[in-house]
Design a protein. Structure first.
Length: 255
C-alpha cells in the first residue's frame, strides 16, 4: 500500500464480516481507518483496535453520510480509499402464499445496498477530487463497491438482494468513466459464499453443505481473502471499471 501509506480509508459495514477484515488489512498496509456502521459497540471496538475512528452512519441517508464524511475528514484527512461493505440480505419471494413481496422490504434493501453504496461513493469522490494527486498517473483515490454473485445467479427468494447487487454491477463502469478525468478508480467485487456473520449463524452442517457446493476450494471463503483482493485493487492502477467475481467458480443453483 505504498502509494496510499498514511492516508485515510473509509470502510462501510466495518464493524464485522468482510468490512472488518478489510479494515484490518488496510490498517496493516499503513492506512488510517474510519469505520462507518450502525453497530456502535462492535464498530467502536474495531476502530480502537486499529487505531482508527468509528462514525455511526446510516448509509441510506445522504445527510448521515455527509456528516460522517465530514467527521472522518476532520479527524484523519481526505479519504483516498472507500470500500463499501454495508449491506443486508433478507429473503422474500416475489409472491409467497398468495401475497406480494413487501414493497417496503424491497425498498429497504435497495436503499441500503445500492443507494447506500452510491451515497458513500459520490460523497467520497467529491472529496477525493479536490485532493492533490499522489503519483505521476494523477491518482487521487479508489472506490470499491461490494456486489455479489447474486447479481448474476440470484436464487429463489433473492429478488430484492439480486436487484440491489445487479445495480452495483451496472454502475461500476459508468462511475469509473465519470471519475476517470479526476484520477479516481472504481471497481466492484462480487463475492460468492463467504464465512460472514450471516452464514456463521447457521448450523455447522449447513455451513459445510454450502461450502461443498464451491468447486475449488470446496469451502466457504474467508473474509481475509476478500480483504486481500481489496488491497490488490487499491495497489494495482490498471484495475478500473471492473467487477471481479470472488467465488471459487461457483454458479448458484435456483435454491
Amino acid at each position: 500500500m505504498q502509494t496510499w501509506d498514511g492516508m485515510m480509508a473509509i470502510v462501510t459495514g466495518g464493524a464485522s464480516g468482510l468490512g472488518a477484515a478489510t479494515a484490518k488489512r488496510l490498517a496493516a498496509g499503513g492506512m488510517k481507518l474510519a469505520l462507518f456502521d450502525l453497530d456502535e459497540d462492535r464498530g467502536a471496538a474495531q476502530a480502537e483496535a486499529l487505531g482508527g475512528i468509528f462514525v455511526r452512519t446510516d448509509v441510506s441517508d445522504p445527510a448521515s453520510v455527509a456528516a460522517a464524511m465530514e467527521a472522518a475528514e476532520a479527524a484523519l484527512g481526505t479519504p483516498r480509499v472507500l470500500v463499501n461493505c454495508a449491506g443486508i440480505g433478507p429473503a422474500a419471494k416475489t409472491v409467497s402464499r398468495g401475497a406480494a413481496h413487501d414493497p417496503a422490504l424491497f425498498d429497504k434493501v435497495i436503499r441500503i445496498n445500492l443507494i447506500g453504496s452510491f451515497n458513500c461513493a459520490s460523497q467520497a469522490a467529491t472529496r477525493m477530487s479536490a485532493a492533490e494527486p499522489v503519483d505521476a498517473d494523477g491518482a487521487r483515490g479508489v472506490i470499491i463497491n461490494t456486489a455479489s454473485v447474486a447479481a448474476y445467479d440470484g436464487q429463489i427468494g433473492q429478488v430484492a438482494y439480486a436487484a440491489s447487487k445487479g445495480g452495483i454491477v451496472g454502475m461500476t463502469l459508468p462511475m469509473a468513466r465519470d471519475l476517470a478525468q479526476l484520477g479516481i478508480r472504481v471497481c466492484a467485487i462480487a463475492p460468492g459464499l463467504f464465512k460472514t456473520p450471516m452464514l456463521e449463524g447457521l448450523p455447522q452442517e449447513v455451513q459445510d453443505s454450502l461450502g461443498a457446493q464451491v468447486p475449488n476450494p470446496s469451502r466457504l471463503g474467508h473474509p481475509s481473502e476478500y480483504a486481500a483482493l481489496v488491497c490488490h485493487i487499491v495497489e494495482n492502477p490498471m484495475l478500473n471499471g471492473e467487477v471481479i467475481r470472488l467465488d471459487g467458480a461457483i454458479r448458484m443453483a435456483p435454491r
